[in-house]
Each structure stands twice: as structure tokens, then as C-alpha cells.
Design a protein around this ligand. Structure first.
Ligand SMILES: Nc1ncnc2c1ncn2[C@@H]1O[C@H](COP(=O)(O)OP(=O)(O)OP(=O)(O)O)[C@@H](O)[C@H]1O
Ligand SMILES: [Mg+2]
Length: 277
């Protein structure tokens, strides 16, 4: 099961829009997919036309014996289920803090999902909290929508520093530019300098445009109502790129058996471990 979190410390950068469209893409590709709305604003839940209600709230979810698979609801889209959020999620940190292993609780809660889903997409709230630490601990990949603003440099530095400090070397951090307006000189300059500094940034850029905003009005993934649109194509491309990065990770050679004769790859200079890929 791939766990892909759409995350940024900053708010309003396109996390929810991205999570909804990627989850739809995953479902259309044939993967049984769950999107987990982790944000008390419950925007994903709203866009997918389900009630912002979690039985027992986050207290029961984090502290009790809830089966997350049982809390999932179907959506109007084949292969795509939703774990809704509600306002009680604003206290998730408090409930996590009461656990013996507060940073690994979400991962544990996701285990029962493995029997049903091939792909879990997490729509994260902004901020750097115990919830985000749980998310990073559980996820295989962190998809980070980045505004082409000089402040994004600081955010990425903080994020990479945190991931490195925690030793999560397997976590793929996959930033991409969101809400890009290439008519703006500052966007063009910022993108060029950020790409130089962080080669891991994905090639796909999501432009600024009302076609993306309209999703909130239509309350459905873009591809479901405008499959031939440029906006739908951008998210298809983003999904393909993320998918290929994850495939590369899966195809990475396993750790060599001790008795095996070393081959060229094993005797080569070790590649410096970096969380940027
Ligand atoms: N590419 C885009 N172009 C223009 N507007 C966009 C684009 N992507 C998202 N938006 C709009 O920007 C606003 C914020 O987007 P979104 O809710 O996806 O961000 P978010 O990071 O999830 O926000 P929050 O941190 O509040 O959860 C929404 O009104 C959304 O419709
Ligand atoms: Mg959001």
C-alpha cells in the first residue's frame, strides 16, 4: 500500500486541490484508493460531497479501538473511498499526545487499510504539528505544493532539515510548483533558483487558473467533469511523474546478502544519502 501525503507547512497552497485530483487519478488507474481528510476544515470531505462527521470524533479515533477501514465511506467515484474529517480533528494533537507512542499512532491506524486499498492519499492540514510528524512517519511520499515565492525556500529548508533530523531516509519528498503564473517575472526567477537549489522538485507545474478553483464549486475531481481540459491533463501528468518516482524507489536493489560476491554496484562509491529524492 502506497501512502502519499499532500503536505506543506503553509496554508492555501493547493494541498486539498492536489489531494482530490491525485486520488481520483489513482482510482481511475485501477488502484483501490482511499483519501483521508486530516484537516478539521474538512474541505476534501466537502468537495467529495460527504458529511463532515467522524463517529466518536478524533478522541475515539486516536484513543479508542476504532477500525479506520470501517470509518471509510464510498464516494460518487468508482474505486475511491473517503475517510472524512470533522471539527473534532482540531484536537487530534492533544489526543495523540496522550498515547504512549504519539508519533506512530496514525501509521498503526492505517494498518487495517492494507487489506482494502492499494493507495492512500492524505490531505494534511497546514502547520508542523504532531499530526504532521505522524504523517511523515507513515508516508512513503510527501507531495509538497510550492508557491513560487521566496518564502518557499525557507519552508523547504525547514522541511528537509526536519526529515533529516528524524532520519526518515526512505521518505520521498516530492515538491512541485503550484499556482504558477509565468507572466510574473518573480515566479519565473523564483522557480529557476529553487530548481537549481532543489533538483528533486518535480518537472510538472500546476498553473494558476480558475479551472482549478472551479473544483470547489463543482465539488468533484476536475477529470471527472472535464477530462479533456488542460487542468485535468496537468494532474494526470503530475500523477505519472509521482508514480514513476515511486516505481524507481520500489525497483531500488535490495540490501546485499552478506555471503554474496560484491558486484560493481556494491563496490562503487556510496551515493550520499539525501532526503531530496
Ligand atoms: N492552480 C490553482 N489556481 C488557482 N487557484 C487554485 C489553484 N489550486 C487551488 N486553488 C484555489 O486556492 C485556494 C486554496 O487551495 P486549497 O484549498 O487546495 O489549498 P490548501 O493548501 O489545501 O489550503 P489549506 O491550507 O487551507 O488547507 C482554493 O480556493 C482553491 O480553489
Ligand atoms: Mg486544504
Amino acid at each position: 500500500m502506497e501512502i502519499i501525503a499532500v503536505y506543506n507547512i503553509k496554508g492555501g497552497v493547493g494541498k486539498t486541490t492536489t489531494a482530490v485530483n491525485l486520488a481520483y487519478r489513482s482510482a481511475v488507474d485501477g488502484w483501490p484508493t482511499l483519501i483521508w481528510d486530516l484537516d478539521p476544515q474538512a474541505a476534501t470531505t466537502y468537495i467529495l460531497r460527504r458529511d463532515a462527521h467522524v463517529d466518536g470524533g478524533s478522541k475515539e479515533l486516536i484513543g479508542g479501538d476504532s477500525d479506520t477501514a470501517e470509518l471509510a465511506v464510498t464516494t460518487d467515484h468508482a474505486n475511491l473511498d473517503l475517510l472524512p474529517a470533522d471539527l473534532s480533528y482540531r484536537r487530534m494533537d492533544v489526543h495523540l499526545n496522550k498515547r504512549k507512542n504519539p508519533a506512530t499512532r496514525l501509521l498503526k491506524l492505517m494498518r487495517p487499510l492494507q487489506e482494502r486499498y492499494a493507495s492512500v492519499i492524505l490531505d494534511c492540514p497546514p502547520g508542523m504539528s504532531l499530526v504532521s510528524e505522524n504523517v511523515m512517519h507513515a508516508a512513503n511520499a510527501l507531495v509538497v505544493p510550492l508557491l513560487p515565492s521566496p518564502l518557499s525556500v525557507r519552508m523547504l529548508d525547514q522541511l528537509f532539515e526536519f526529515v533529516t533530523h528524524k532520519g526518515w531516509l526512505d521518505l520521498k519528498v516530492l515538491p512541485f510548483f503550484s499556482m504558477v503564473d509565468r507572466r510574473k517575472g518573480l515566479h519565473v526567477e523564483t522557480i529557476a533558483s529553487l530548481r537549481e537549489r532543489y533538483p528533486a522538485i518535480l518537472a510538472t507545474e500546476v498553473p494558476y487558473g480558475s479551472a482549478f478553483e472551479r473544483l470547489t464549486l463543482r465539488r468533484a475531481p476536475i477529470e471527472s467533469y472535464a477530462p479533456a481540459s488542460a487542468a485535468a491533463e496537468v494532474y494526470r501528468q503530475l500523477w505519472r511523474e509521482i508514480d514513476s518516482r515511486l516505481q524507481v524507489a520500489q525497483m531500488a536493489p535490495p540490501v546485499a546478502e552478506p555471503e554474496k560476491v560484491p558486484d560493481v554496484a556494491e563496490t562503487a562509491e556510496p551515493v550520499p544519502v539525501s532526503p531530496t529524492l
